[in-house]
Design a protein around this ligand. Sequence first.
Ligand code: MN
Length: 747
Amino acid sequence: MDTVLTNVELEEQMVNDAFQHLIDCYLASKHRKKVDIITKAFNFAKHAHKGVRRLSGEPYIMHPIAVAQIVCSEIGLGSTSICSALLHDVVEDTDYTVEDIENMFGAKIAQIVDGLTKISGGIFGDHASAQAENFKKLLLTMSDDIRVIIIKIADRLHNMRTLGSQAVNKQYKIAGETLYIYAPLANRLGLNSIKTELEDLSFKFEHPEEYANISKKLEATKIERDTVFDEFAAPIRTQLDDLGISYEIKQRIKSPYSIWHKMQTKQIPFEEIYDILAVRIIFDPVEIDTELNDCFDIYVKLCKIYKSHPNRTRDWVSHPKANGYQALHVTLMSKQGEWIEVQIRSRRMNDIAEKGFAAHWKYKDGEKTETASEQELDKWLSTIKEILDDPQPDAMDFLDTIKLNLFASEIFVFTPKGEIRTMPAGSTTLDFAFSIHTFVGSHCIGAKVNHKLVPINHKLNSGDQVEILTSKSAHPTREWLSIATTAKATTKILSILRKEERESRKKGEEMLDEFLRKNEIEKNTLIIEKLCNLYDISKSDALYVAIAEGSVKLTQADANALKDKEELAGWKKLFSFGRKVMKQDKKKGKEVVGQGFDRKKALVLTEDSVQNKYTLCECCKPIPGDSVMGYIDDDKHIVIHKLQCPNAEKLKANHGNRVLAAQWSMGRILLFPVSIRVKGFDKLGLLHDMTQVISQIHSTNINKLEVECNNGIFECKIQMYVHDAKEVQDIIASLRDIPDVKEASRI
Ligand code: MN
């Protein structure tokens, strides 16, 4: 009885047949038999793409099945890759999310699908061909799983195989992209047959007439080539049969694209391409460790029949290429008087050359220079090769542990519009802002990286999408110089700072002139030098800036001091005396440190004196170990300041005679309060880690703790009691060792 199937049923059958074929191929491979999860992925994808058709009219699910088929039979990957290939368009084209995939298929598959979604369309879709160079590198850096790239290449291969149903202008775009991006990538990964097919398909769509021409000529010369091959191969077969190994002897025909490429680069017609035919001998060694000898045994047999070209024998058997390619190449003179190349390979060598990741990636690449990144790639590829050379059933699981970390010196980040920008590794948000525009950089207050708020010192990673936030009130400070890492940002910040300094210098000088005029003091170098000395400033320019910025406020006291003729004269003497001392000491080569103001004996700070005689300054809170000085205040009381204390600096300058040298002499008995500030990224357990470091490792008591969290940035102020400065430094060093702590310093 005839069963008449409806169209729907026919389609259903076509889909199921295609999937069954995939499963059959998978089961015939060496992989573990995880049919269940593959079937689950198929059913889910089929449901997700339900009702959608490709331009060819086929149900959409035929595309993921075809991609999975390529991944399985043409590249030889296992269940994780097959599932990811089946699901590769689900997140991009349907309402399902990466989280849905993760819930159903686990983190690994979800991560690969996520990578594939990002690459296609996603954040930089239309920019791919415009920025092809970056795109190529990006593919390699962004995907920390090589399978993302491999599945992407399989996806592209199927799209190229079905490119006929696209509009012509799209065909050009896709073919161009394929030739420029995907074929070289496939080549680098050693996917040699896929690379050749991608090139030929691109060539066919980009130059249909030339493609047709070359194909026609190849067809027309086929019988001739077959005859040459048969006559050439016949005596070889006899010799190899003698050897008693099983072998295959095949024609290797140069691809239409390669022929065309050679015609273009050498400017020769088709008829002058002599290496269209090569011969490949693929043998199964009796045992694995005989394959080397077998190659040479075959070679010797060949040389008995034909004369070999003296300069064209290539021994890549005992000396494999850097990428792992192994074969013995020899060029022989045929009876017809033509040189023919013969490639001798074992089955294993052939598999790696055709499918393996390691093979061929540099072969005929046209790239002569080996950059550091290529060496890294090389190293990485040889790791892959090792895995592939040792075909354990679950060998592919090892791919999980291999992370791509190529081109480590560059990162790739996106603007909100999806443009790709290359930045040096280690670049901060601020660097990126300056790379966009000086205005954006100089008004940067932070950024949204992948939609999360970060500060200007946030370090960017490859694949980050960065939206710079600006504010009119923001402007560069000296601190920015330690945040910027790129030359561009640093130069811009410096020039802005210099410009601002020029302006405030001018303003400060005007303010000083006004002050002197008001007080009827004549402006001269001596006056300026005295003012500088009063405020312990070395140069007049710095004095003007300080006046403009308000850190030096000119008062009546200053005016009086300047007007005082006697003091001025005395100071003048001191000034020239000081200079003389400096000169003399320079001649003798003696140290002059401290000679300026340290004429009195140094104070000795002991437990007793610190508690009973002296006061520790409230503003700078010195602790043992800090460089300090004493100062006799108006009540004849001695206050201990840190040398860097801003108040102390002023005192030193104005009342040098009241300053006393001081030094610590303490046992570790007294405890002093200190505050430190810690900044970092807010992570669960960070506070616990920090208090652990302070109280457990350093046995220091925390007195007060203030925590503030803002947009994932964690800031806290810790007050504790310590013995001395060294102890604080040690604690700060330990805090900085906590991974999410970015800054720690004493306040
Ligand atoms: Mn696709």
